[in-house]
Design a binder for this molecule. Structure first.
Ligand SMILES: Cc1cc2nc3c(=O)[nH]c(=O)nc-3n(C[C@H](O)[C@H](O)[C@H](O)COP(=O)(O)O)c2cc1C
Length: 189
């Protein structure tokens, strides 16, 4: 049984991003994996200070807030989903803070993200989701993570919370991503 961690970067804990993540996690749960959602969006956070203190205290950011807690969960996970709504064609500020800070902390801690599975998930009203997808995948790929694909890029279309339920292709993309994630977890175990 593998651990699958889903990070919701939207301040809407029950919004479109959360619902897309849930569609993937439903597949993982059905396959017997352990799943957890971590609510990152909406929490106060600062970006990376660029101070380099993480190289002196491996596994810990000098700003001792929820990002350190989340890093512990990411380190323990076999697969990590990072979900974000599209905010001006990019990830939310909370997800950018996680990317920058966990990016440095994990490298200073012995490249702990290497060979975990990573998948990006984006909610979007109209345009910019591909840039969100790219931002998150840049994090996965520079950290030596393995990225499964789906039948489309992993995005769901909607404005108000719940609108993604009307996006049949988006939901199908999430379902297939969950299946591919399970397949890959089986191959890598
Ligand atoms: C500050 C802000 C910026 C946004 N920028 C974009 C954008 O660039 N492109 C777009 O299509 N939708 C944009 N949206 C709409 C959200 O991406 C969309 O409503 C999404 O489904 C919200 O997901 P959530 O329910 O998980 O919060 C923006 C919304 C907000 C609040």
């Amino acid at each position: 049984m593998a651990k699958v961690l889903a990070i919701n970067g939207s301040p809407n804990a029950q919004g479109n991003t959360a619902q897309l993540l849930a569609a993937i996690l439903a597949e993982c749960t059905a396959a017997g994996h352990d799943t957890e959602v971590y609510q990152a969006g909406g929490r106060a956070v600062r970006g990376c200070l660029g101070c380099g203190a993480c190289w002196d205290t491996p596994g810990k950011c000098v700003q001792d807030d929820w990002v350190n807690e989340l890093y512990g969960k990411m380190k323990a996970a076999d697969a990590i989903l990072i979900g974000s709504p599209t905010y001006f064609a990019d990830v939310t500020a909370e997800i950018k803070a996680v990317i920058d800070r966990v990016g440095f902390v994990s490298r200073a801690d012995g490249h702990t993200m290497a060979r975990k599975i990573g998948a990006a998930v984006c909610a979007v009203r109209r345009a910019g989701a591909i840039h969100v997808f790219d931002t998150i995948n840049h994090f996965f790929l520079i950290n030596e993570m393995v990225v499964p694909g789906s039948s489309y890029w992993n995005l769901g279309i909607g404005l108000e919370p719940g609108d993604v339920q009307e996006d049949a292709e988006g939901l199908q993309t999430m379902k297939r991503l969950g299946e591919n994630l399970n397949w890959l977890l089986g191959k890598l175990s």
